[in-house]
Design a protein around this ligand. Structure first.
Ligand code: SF4
Length: 224
């Protein structure tokens, strides 16, 4: 029989106790994954923005297989804006939803050229107005390319682990992000994404979490 995924764990504790627990969890994960960083290969903000758009409904590994040829063909926003949609679709086909992603990449590149001189803006308000860019993508770019923590990136791993660790009772990404931002000091927001993603991949699997070898098990209300 398949193991079932579980919803957020619930625990009675004061806000202060939850903050203290959340910080200790991050500290332990930082010691466990000292090299945790953005898994999408990129050399600048433009490449990270492209890679993040491609990563929707796709693994980072697959995106990293596709981007070298893509970045070689279209190294700048100007060149991407002038791309032919069919050629772009062929290059990114294996990432899935390739027609929509190609449309978004073209729209994003044209918007960069028309509104931002071909540069990626470093502001949340401007980023989320670009085609194909939501708050999650903007947070990835701001945190990793500009070192600016405007929020917490909530992907599927971050959402799942935040629930299991009882750092949120929500499953809606915007609400999970708000809870994490309330719970943690701003200078830790950037670390949450990488640490929870790495831990989700290495130990806290969606269906079969390996609680017996988990470094945060003693602080995790959702442990099996
Ligand atoms: S104790 Fe289990 S459920 Fe909690 S974070 Fe670790 S692996 Fe995940």
């Amino acid at each position: 029989m398949k193991a079932k995924t579980r919803g957020p764990a619930r625990v009675r504790e004061s806000k202060a106790a939850k903050r203290e627990r959340a910080l200790e969890i991050l500290d332990r994960l930082e010691r466990e994954y000292p090299d945790a960083e953005c898994a999408l290969h990129h050399r600048n903000a433009f490449e990270l923005l492209v890679a993040t758009i491609l990563s929707a409904q796709c693994t980072d590994e697959r995106v990293n297989q596709v981007t070298p040829a893509l970045f070689a063909r279209y190294p700048t926003a100007e060149e991407l804006a002038a791309a032919r949609q069919e050629e772009l679709e062929e290059l990114i086909r294996s990432t899935g939803f390739f027609r929509n992603k190609a449309k978004n990449l073209l729209g994003m590149a044209n918007a960069l050229v028309e509104r931002h001189g071909g540069e990626v803006p470093a502001e949340m308000d401007a980023l989320v107005k670009l085609p194909g860019v939501g708050r999650k993508t903007a947070n990835v770019v701001l945190g990793n390319a500009f070192g600016r923590a405007e929020g917490v990136v909530v992907d599927t791993h971050v959402k799942r682990l935040s629930g299991r660790l009882a750092l949120t009772t929500h499953t809606d990404p915007a609400k999970v992000e708000r809870d994490l931002m309330t719970l943690l000091p701003r200078d830790r927001w950037g670390a949450v994404e990488h640490l929870l993603i790495w831990h989700g991949r290495a130990v806290c699997d969606a269906r079969r979490p390996r609680c017996g070898v988990c470094v945060v098990a003693s602080r995790c209300p959702g442990r099996a």
